[in-house]
Design a protein around this ligand. Structure first.
Ligand SMILES: Nc1nc2c(ncn2[C@@H]2O[C@H](COP(=O)(O)OP(=O)(O)OP(=O)(O)O)[C@@H](O)[C@H]2O)c(=O)[nH]1
Length: 227
């Protein structure tokens, strides 16, 4: 039977019944990062690791279709010790592994918790996909959708579950807006119209802007999780 675990209405995920380990301790908060190919998901994961690694115990699971390139990038950049980075090779549509058959990703997350735990936070990065890709609620507690201005300033207007329901929308590569003719003001208005109260951060990893806001949002989620 097909079961769709994607967030139907968006908004904060609730503390699931499985939020505690069998010994009663709270498991790590799991945050998924999804979005179109090349929008900056891995670069955002790297930036979050750098911002948060001295405050919280964290680990990363990456998803690629046939390679381990995203994990290899994070290893090369030394954003975390190697034992805290795991790659899942999905071998199929990226959204299948984060939404329909989440077993490989769940196993990877649980193994990280066992080998390097206790962890406060696990970031699960999806392979690049389309605007409909969302994570199963059984895999992550909250999700960030990363789009970029070079993909077209009409993407927020077009909507789709990633843009409309993700707990945080990141519009990345704002430094490229003047070169590709993207209107950031229009993107902001369209995103607001699609998302109502859900937050949007404009980010440029090249210019190091917006990263503190994304990290701040993760800190808020961690605080809510711990409470
Ligand atoms: N100009 C600019 N380039 C960026 C920014 N963020 C990421 N990039 C570049 O965009 C390219 C893709 O970034 P990645 O982080 O690999 O994107 P991704 O979404 O993980 O890609 P896939 O996993 O292949 O879907 C890389 O060359 C990055 O250096 C940014 O803010 N500005």
């Amino acid at each position: 039977m097909h079961r769709d675990h994607s967030f139907p209405y968006g908004g904060p995920a609730v503390l699931g019944a499985d939020a505690r380990r069998p010994d009663g301790t709270r498991r790590a908060l799991r945050i998924g990062l999804g979005g179109p190919v090349g929008s900056g998901k891995t670069a955002t994961v790297a930036a979050l690791c750098r911002a948060l690694r001295d405050e919280v115990s964290l680990a990363v699971v990456t998803n690629d279709i046939y390679t381990r390139e995203d994990a290899e990038f994070l290893l090369r950049e030394a954003v975390l010790p190697a034992e805290r980075i795991t790659a899942v090779e999905t071998g199929a549509c990226p959204h299948t592994a984060i939404r329909d058959d989440i077993s490989a990703n769940l196993e990877a997350v649980e193994e990280l918790e066992e080998t390097v735990g206790p962890l406060d936070l696990v970031l699960v990065e999806s392979g690049g996909d389309n605007l409909t890709a969302t994570f199963s609620k059984g895999l992550v507690d909250a999700q960030i959708f990363v789009i970029d201005v070079a993909g077209g300033d009409d993407i927020p207007r077009k909507g789709g579950p990633g843009v409309t329901t993700a707990d945080l929308l990141v519009v990345n590569k704002t430094d490229l807006a003047p070169y590709v003719g993207s209107d950031l003001g229009r993107m902001a208005v369209d995103a607001k119209a699609q998302r109502a109260h859900l937050p949007v951060v404009f980010q440029s990893l090249r210019e190091r802007s917006g990263v503190a806001e994304v990290a701040g949002w993760v800190r808020e989620r961690l605080a809510a999780w711990a409470a």
